[in-house]
Every structure is written in C-alpha cells, then in structure tokens.
Design a protein around this ligand. Structure first.
Ligand code: PEP
Ligand code: MG
Length: 544
C-alpha cells in the first residue's frame, strides 16, 4: 500500500511502525461540588509543574526546538489562562475540565488569528494534555521508547515530543496531520530526520508494520515488497555516499560555479552552516531574532547581534534580509493591526517604508556590523512588489553606506517586472516559498492546501524563468533562497532557468552539491525547457 503526503528533507528510512499513544480523552463535564479552593490549588500546582518541566527541557535544547519549548513554557505560565482555570473551577468545573476548556478557548483565539499564530495550536494542546495528565496521575501520551530503531507514526507531533526523539532510535516519522512548514517539520529538517506529514491514510498503519518512508517523494510504502526494500536500501546507500563526499564549492559538471549558501536565523546557526560546507549565507532571516518582542530592538543591540552573526563569515558573503514582519512572522512592534488577510497586508518592505526610522536603524546596525567583521555583506528587502519599492530601498541602503543592496522577488508582480526591479537593485533573491504561495493563492502554512504549495508547478517555474532572463539581460546575480533550492533535482531546473546561486537549510547542501555536478549548464537548460512546458507539478517532475 502506498500513502502519499508531503516530505520533509530527502532521506529514506526503512523500519517498523511504532504508534504514538492516543491523546488523552476530553474530560467529562461532570460538574464539581467539592472544596473549590483546594481544587484551584491542585490546578495551580499542576500548571506550575508542567511549566517548570518545559522550561527545564528548553534549557537543555538547542535551535528552533529551544525557542518553541521556551514559548510553550511561557504559554503555560500565561496569567490569563491561569485566571480562566480558576474562574471555571469557581463556576463548578473539575480542574481537569477547567484546564481543558481554558486551553481550548485560547487555541480558538490563536486559530482565528491565522498564520504563525494558528501553528501554535498544536503546542497549546500539548500543554493542556501535560497538565491534565499530571492532574489525573496518568502518563503523558508521548513518544514510546524501544530498544530497536523504529518509525514513529502519529496523528500529529508537538515540538515537545520532537524534543524527546532519540535520533539513534527514531528513523523517521509519519503524521496524519501537520504541514511541512509547521514547527515540527522545521525541527525535523534541522535535525536531518526524514518525515512525511499530512498523510491522510496514516491512521490505517498498524503497530509493527514494515514501512519505507521516502521523504524526497513524500511517500510512505506500507508492507513493501522485497524489491521495494532493495530499491530503498540502494537509495540510502547513494545518499550516504553523497553525504560523505568532500565539501567542495558548488559547481556544474562543466565547472561553472554555483555558490551554495546557507539559510540562517541566528548566530548559533553559523556553525552548522560551515560544517556542511556552506560558502556563505544566502538568507539571514533577521526577524527570527525578534519574534517575541513587543518593542523594537535598539540599534546597539542589533549591531551586537549582527556582528555575532557575521563574525564566522569574515571574507565570505552574507545576504541579510531586513525585518520581514507580517503573516507567519508577526512582529508587533512593526504591525499590530488586525488584518483580515495578513499575508496580503502590511508585510515586509511595505511596513518598513511606513516606519522608516526602524529600517534606517537596522541598516545602520548592519553597516556597523560589517565594518566590525569584514564579512561581505549584501542586504535585501522582503516583499518588494515593483521597481518603486526596490528604488526606494536601494537609495536608502546607499545613503546609509551599504555597498550591495538588493530585492527579494517573492511577489508575482516583481517577477513580471523583474528587469525593472533589477535595474534598480544590485541583485535579486527569489523567495520561492512566498512566490509559490502568491502565484497559486495557497496559504503556505495551511495543510489542506499543501498540494498547491508546490514550487515544481510550471506557473512558478515560468515566473522564475522570467527573473532568470532579466538577470541575464542586466548582468546581475539572481539567487534562490526559498525551500525550492533544497530539492536536488529542482536545483538543477533553477540553474537552467538562469539562477546563479542557491541558499538552503544546511543539511540539504550535500544533496544539491552532488546533483549539480551531474549536469552541464546546457543540460540544465534543456531539462528546464522540458519542465516548464509541463501542465502540472507532477508532470513537471516526470519531465525532468
Ligand atoms: C521565501 O518566501 O521563500 C523566503 C525565503 O522567505 P520566508 O520563507 O522567510 O518568507
Ligand atoms: Mg518570504
């Protein structure tokens, strides 16, 4: 039986299924007639236990996981929720029921906000379960432990579960819900753990069943044949060889260089980027440093952060993006307006133009960090819509004293007028995540439309081809820094369409490096011509 979902990473795993225990049932609303104050104390104690447990785990974790656990511990400590629980118990509910209702109502509020906030619902449900398990004295339904390696199958996984995955034992995971760009997917990508999410048939997988998880294809094979297992083993062998290959600079078979760069969010990511052989940074998402802030960071603080980020890259290129606020990355100090469609609202450069003093502070901090470190700093603006936006940003960057100033192309209008955008920029970098979201009108964090969020779609690739042609006409660099660059085959198509550098999560670098080496520029162009002529994403993959 073959089950289709959405893959995270490109690795293959073979193993037996272990099912995640079912979530705790909804506590019955039986009413409570005992000692209200004692019941309120019982609830408070369990909330405090879970909060401190999450905080302890955050201290031991790293990367995105640490951020998520920290955020969870803060949510558990939220006085609004505590008050809701206390009130509900006073109104005649048991502590278990009160906790369930308080977190459920908070989750509804987040869901209504959409985007990044809605993604937090899984985190919140997880906290609710942990508190209720503590109250009832039952184990938290969490990742099972086994002596033998296994493939974890779950309805969904919370980041707190992902934190406990023993990478020596968990070979891969499969979930029924989730979307590849939600937290659990992002953490899996950072760990290099293969995963397939949003697999609608995942509930039918039985404990102990043999599985092949092919993240590159987004495929789960249940009870594979001997031939299917042999093919998966051959693919694992091929990938192991690729990962063991020397960390050379990126180049095509005919020696034409293609810089392979890393996507990073904070100074701690620099190490992984260099270990995986990144030639520099192609996307430094500066807003990731400030997602939890109510007030804008000072220029001094920013200078210190950017200096720490640039230091390991002295003599190398670092493309830093100015704050990309909005939708899935809310920064309340830039935009706290209620917007019905935040992805179409005051995002990126649009809001920075309104708050130019903050943009200017950031650009000055970047300039000072560059001077302090000797990294080759390129700066770019997100969500540029047309040449008016790029002209504005380039002029401001020059005024501040930055030497290389560019534009992201992730809004379809900017792709259509790419030549005008390039004439008013030193370079462009294509954000394929947003370009795909906007070209196909499919919310990038919504699992139900994940099928439309496919950068192999010929409409997206034709837009990229237009940008590549404009790059050739103007003689300026065209990079890609969205997830598409991390797909080894799609990377070849992008080069064939005129892209000149690729930036991705560091674990993806080896696969892309190997893939580029198999094709000449002429070969990549021939493949790209076939792929853009296809009539669907599936047909485009088949035409490679
Ligand atoms: C993109 O949109 O592809 C991109 C690189 O930026 P982000 O994912 O941070 O929006
Ligand atoms: Mg983007």
């Amino acid at each position: 039986m073959n089950l289709q979902g959405f893959g995270v990473g490109s690795r293959v795993a073979i193993g037996n299924a272990v099912r995640m225990p079912a979530p705790l049932p909804e506590p019955k609303d039986t009413g409570f007639s005992g000692d209200v104050a004692a019941e309120q104390e019982r609830a408070k104690a369990s909330i405090a236990t879970v909060q401190s447990d999450l905080a302890t785990r955050a201290t031991a974790a790293e990367g995105s996981l640490k951020e998520v656990l920290d955020a969870q511990s803060m949510m558990a400590a939220d006085p609004t929720i505590a008050q809701m629980v206390t009130d509900a118990i006073a109104g005649g509910k048991t502590a278990e029921r009160a906790v369930f209702e308080a977190f459920a109502s908070y989750a509804e509020t987040l869901k209504a906000l959409g985007g990044y906030m809605a993604e937090r619902v899984t985190d919140l449900n997880d906290i609710s379960q942990r508190i209720r398990a503590d109250l009832s004295g039952v184990p938290v339904p969490e990742v099972p432990r086994r002596d033998e390696p296994f493939i974890l199958v779950a309805v969904d996984l919370a980041p707190a579960d992902t934190s406990k995955l023993d990478l020596d034992k968990v070979l891969a995971f499969v979930t029924r819900d989730g979307s590849p760009k939600a937290h659990t997917g992002i953490i899996a990508a950072e760990k290099g753990l293969p995963a397939v999410v949003a697999v609608s048939g995942a509930d039918d997988i039985v404990e102990g069943q043999r599985l092949v998880v092919d993240a590159g294809q987004g495929l789960v094979i249940v009870d594979p044949t001997d031939d299917e297992v042999a093919a998966a083993e051959a693919e694992q062998q091929r990938q192991a060889e690729i990962e063991a290959a020397p960390l050379e600079p990126g180049a095509l078979a005919d020696g034409i260089p293609v810089a392979l760069l890393a996507n990073v969010g904070k100074p701690a990511d620099a190490q992984a980027a260099l270990e995986y052989g990144a030639e520099g940074v192609g996307l430094f998402r500066t807003e990731f440093l400030f997602l939890d802030r109510d007030e804008a960071p000072s220029k001094e603080e920013q200078t210190a952060d950017y200096t720490a980020m640039l230091e390991p890259f002295a003599g190398k290129k670092v493309v830093a993006r100015v704050l990309d606020a909005g939708a899935d990355k809310p920064l309340t100090f830039l935009n706290d307006a209620e917007e019905a469609n935040p992805a179409l609202g005051m995002r990126g450069i649009r809001i920075l133009r309104e708050k130019e003093h903050l943009l200017r502070d950031q650009l000055e901090a970047m300039r000072d960090a560059q001077e302090a470190t000797g990294a080759e700093l390129w700066v770019m603006a997100p969500m540029v819509a047309d040449a008016a936006d790029s002209e504005y940003f380039t002029a401001l960057g020059r005024e501040v004293g930055l030497s290389v100033v560019g534009s992201m192309v992730e809004v379809p209008s900017a792709a259509v007028v790419a030549e005008q955008v390039l004439e008013t920029s030193d370079f462009v970098s294509i954000g394929t995540n947003d370009l795909t979201q906007y070209a196909l009108a499919a919310d990038r964090v919504l699992g139900t439309v994940a099928g439309y969020q496919d950068p192999w779609h010929p409409a997206v690739l034709r837009l990229i081809g237009m940008i590549g042609e404009a790059g050739a006409r103007t003689g300026k660099p065209v990079g890609v820094c969205g997830e598409a660059a991390a797909d080894p085959r799609l990377a070849v198509v992008l080069i064939g369409l005129g892209v000149t550098s690729l930036s991705m999560a560091p674990p993806a670098l080896a696969g892309v490096r190997a893939s580029l080496k198999e094709h000449t520029l002429e070969g990549a162009r021939a493949i790209a011509a076939r792929v853009v002529a296809a009539s669907s994403a599936a047909a485009a993959r088949a035409a490679f």
